[in-house]
Design a protein around this ligand. Structure first.
Ligand SMILES: Cc1ncc(C[n+]2csc(CCO)c2C)c(N)n1
Length: 220
């Protein structure tokens, strides 16, 4: 099986995630300020737990060469994404101090702890599948939004966010992630016990991404 099988098997949920109302409102610029702020603040905590999940992936590797991939993702997250996120939050009037005093919302707890639990109790492949909807979904959103007629560039406060995920660096990251996950899953049949488990994990993580958008919208 491969990444494309996972997406196809969960097509309607996948579309609900990548074409969510939150995403469309980022595109046309009508997303309420309060919804985006709540999303940004919670995403800071999300990134922190994702860094822990990459650290767990390093721990689960049995060779130096396998450790390289989660290590690159972890350093990318610590050295680039987190500082970009802090700088971006500052533009929205959210200070680093504010970020350190956040109360974690239930959707953030559910998603991040689900991933960490799969990582602790499952295989390295299962952990990567739990992490996959994050990068693959955002890459799809980044590629999809600029092509939609409702997406506005002028006077859109969210254009920097869209450009970041539409950019070459991010798109390439998703291509690399797909390639390596395809390689890890190539011997697994989709209708084997292991294949069904991977599908369940991908589906659950995708549901958590939808809940993360909803969590933002519920704060307006
Ligand atoms: C809820 C939520 N889901 C996905 C991302 C996107 N994202 C977070 S880390 C990362 C790349 C891994 O190094 C990506 C694509 C997000 N920011 N928030």
């Amino acid at each position: 099986m491969n990444v494309s099988d996972l997406i196809t098997a969960n097509q309607s949920l996948w579309q609900e995630y990548t074409q969510h109302r939150f995403v469309r409102q980022l595109g046309d610029g009508t997303l309420p300020d309060s919804a985006f702020r709540h999303y940004l603040i919670q995403d800071y905590l999300f990134l922190k737990h994702f860094a822990r999940a990459y650290a767990l992936a390093i721990y689960k590797c049995d060779s130096f060469s396998a450790m390289q991939r989660p290590l690159t993702a972890l350093t990318g997250l610590l050295e680039h994404e987190t500082s970009l996120h802090v700088a971006y939050c500052q533009e929205w009037g959210i200070s680093e101090q504010d970020l350190e005093n956040i109360e974690e919302d239930s959707g953030t707890v559910a998603y991040t702890r689900l991933v960490l639990d799969i990582g602790q109790s499952g295989s390295l492949t299962e952990l990567y599948v739990a992490l996959a909807p994050c990068a693959l979904g955002y890459a799809e959103i980044g590629a999809w939004l600029p092509k939609q007629s409702f997406t506005a560039r002028a006077n859109n406060p969210y254009i920097a966010w869209i450009d970041m995920y539409a950019g070459e660096t991010f798109q390439q990251l998703a291509v690399d992630e797909t390639r390596s996950l395809d390689e890890m899953m190539k011997e697994i049949s989709a209708d084997s016990q292991q294949g069904r488990k991977l599908n369940r994990i991908f589906r659950d993580a995708t549901r958590m991404e939808i809940a993360f958008w909803e969590q933002g919208l519920n704060k307006q």
